[in-house]
Design a protein around this ligand. Structure first.
Ligand SMILES: C[S@@+](CC[C@H](N)C(=O)[O-])C[C@H]1O[C@@H](n2cnc3c(N)ncnc32)[C@H](O)[C@@H]1O
Length: 228
């Protein structure tokens, strides 16, 4: 597929480095405007075995950025005691990065069976939930179950809807911390988020712009606290 095969221009393609064009288009199959939840899940399952090759460190730095922000927030001596939920865990790249800096109790939530299959092989995660966030209440996860929750790369067209944040507040303990790392430009053109996502985050502790999040584009990191 080239940048205009489907008749419409590929959103965000204009400033992608030439070397990353093919991988950007692979990624775009999971983010095409108007993609439904089921289509998105299927697209990830089809991509799963090539995902880590296409979205490798350098081209996609979300997992490393998430782990860096979490490591800055939590002193080294508490990291192995925290119950963490990695939402939109994909193939487990965030778990890999969190493990490197001393986090140990990490569960994964991920709707795509293909992505989960790759994740399982890493042997880093505890409980795995094959489910999506933001569609309905996740009865398998107790209220106030987690000390911290992280999402890297899980926000985007057809991905986690704004109402997913309600479920986050339910499953994270009062006073617990939520880290969301996403492509900055999605805030301006993903209809679900424009003018809605940021106002929804109460008790925002930090909002940081990071360079070279993915495909040379900047990212934004939100850190917020669930009300005590
Ligand atoms: C770009 S990948 C990011 C995977 C991993 N966090 C990483 O940084 O490599 C996005 C992931 O979000 C998952 N996802 C999409 N919508 C979701 C939802 N509503 N709830 C949970 N996960 C979702 C997809 O299945 C996919 O695995």
């Amino acid at each position: 597929m080239d940048s205009e095969d489907q008749g419409a221009p590929v959103v965000g393609f204009e400033n992608v480095p030439e070397n990353d064009a093919a991988e950007y288009l692979n990624n775009y199959k999971t983010h095409t405007p108007g993609i439904t939840h089921d289509e998105m899940v299927r697209a990830y399952t089809e991509w799963a075995t090539n995902y880590d090759k296409d979205l490798c460190p350098g081209r996609y730095n979300g997992p490393e950025i998430a782990a860096r922000f979490m490591a800055t927030h939590y002193p080294v001596e508490v990291r192995d005691k925290l119950n963490i939920l990695d939402v939109a865990a994909g193939t487990g790249q965030v778990g890999r990065e969190l493990h490197k800096v001393g986090f140990r109790k990490i569960d994964a939530l991920e709707p795509s069976p293909g992505m989960l299959q790759v994740l399982k092989r890493r042997n880093i995660y505890g409980t795995l939930y094959q489910v999506a966030l933001g569609l309905e209440r996740i009865n398998a996860i107790a209220t106030d179950a987690y000390d911290a929750l992280v999402i890297a790369g899980g926000m985007g067209e057809g991905h986690i809807p704004v109402r997913g944040l309600d479920e986050i507040v339910r499953i994270v303990k009062p006073g617990g911390t939520v880290f969301i790392v996403m492509r900055e430009e999605y805030l301006s053109y993903v209809t679900e988020y424009v003018g809605k996502l940021e106002p929804y985050m109460e008790n925002l502790l930090d909002r940081a712009i990071v360079e070279n999040y993915s495909f040379g584009k900047s990212g934004v990191v939100f850190k917020y606290q669930v009300e005590k």
